[in-house]
Ligand binder design. Sequence first.
Ligand code: A2R
Length: 312
Amino acid sequence: MKSLIIGGAGFVGEYLIRELLREGGQEVVVTKMPQETIAVSGVRVRDLDILDESAIDSILREEHPDYIFHMAAQSSVAVSWEKPQLTIDVNVKGAVNLLEAIRRLKYKPRVLLIGSGEEYGHVSSESMPIDETCAANPGNIYAATKACQNMLGRIYADAYGLQVMMVRAFNHVGPNQAPLFVVADFCKQAAEIEAGKREAVIRVGNLAAKRDFTDVRDVVRAYCMLIEKGTAGETYNIGSGRAVAIEDILNMILEYARADIRVEIDRAKFRPVDVPVIEADVRKVQELTGWKPEIALEQTVRNTLDYWRGLV
Ligand code: A2R
């Protein structure tokens, strides 16, 4: 058995590598961008830009993977507002490049396309928690590209019989996440304050937004279960099933911090459009695989804060 992780040098990729190695019994090949490094040993690493069609073809033909996890993406909502063309190229064209290369193979690997809970966009409170039958109504450019990837995945499964499953991952958090994302951002600021490297003020954006946070280690366990058991053409939500206000997470960090910290609202951290509440209905993945999250949010926040303490 062989797994190929495309875009494995990112935040989630490294956790997925560790999970696959922990499970054992298979070879793991990971692609990364030329300038990136993979910190985990025990895997074979290859360079790949997902926009290079012929390079994808070569890798698939040479490696002949049974499982393909497609993680390569421009993954930040904030960056998607700044760089819409790049986001569309990497997230949409990149996915099509991969699907086309798979279509040309003489066998059918099982493929997981990683999408986002953001795809659902503005959903009324009566429709919470959001299940997979809810229509996508993306509220930002990143979400639109992931909704497009989802539709393409289903079409390739239906039209060409590709063994493609789609996930919509809601917010996932943990140590090593870039501080572009809210929990990492707050923890980094708190750790810098504790270390005396900045004044005792955390700058925050929209605290009222509620999101469904899951520890990244739980998320990658779900990916491994789904690539094995998922039904082609189907979409599966991955989340905790519980929306938490950003303010509650901030309060956890303030409580765990070893310093008195003031909070200041920074309008620059607000997004042009922000969705007020996002909460997942995760019964579909649970019923199929028995997966459920095991790491409490408090634990994830503590681990993330400790990670940033170590770094600063
Ligand atoms: O942008 P970089 O240099 O950090 O590289 C990212 C990589 N990537 C690409 N890989 C191949 N060809 C490209 N043209 C390309 N552009 C970017 O994908 C990075 O190493 C990886 C994505 O990792 P992160 O940005 O850390 O995302 P994360 O949190 O690991 O999320 C994985 C998946 C993504 O599809 C997200 O949209 C989804 O889960 O939530």
